[in-house]
Design a protein around this ligand. Structure first.
Ligand SMILES: [Zn+2]
Length: 56
């Protein structure tokens, strides 16, 4: 039911259908799917916070 219908992209994190802009995850995140804007910015923030903590 509904599976395999093209034209629908789901976010790789929250699994919601992405209706607006699809964000491509960074290779470092190990996510092969597209992300919605909310999850993308969340991930991005997480990623940079982690990097700052780790660095030096
Ligand atoms: Zn999402």
């Amino acid at each position: 039911m509904g599976i395999g219908r093209s034209g629908q992209t789901k976010c790789g994190i929250c699994n919601k259908e992405i209706k607006d802009f699809k964000y491509v995850a960074m290779p470092q995140w190990n996510i092969s799917e597209y992300l919605c804007g909310v999850c993308y910015s969340q991930k991005l923030t997480e990623y940079y916070i982690k990097r700052e903590v780790k660095g030096k």
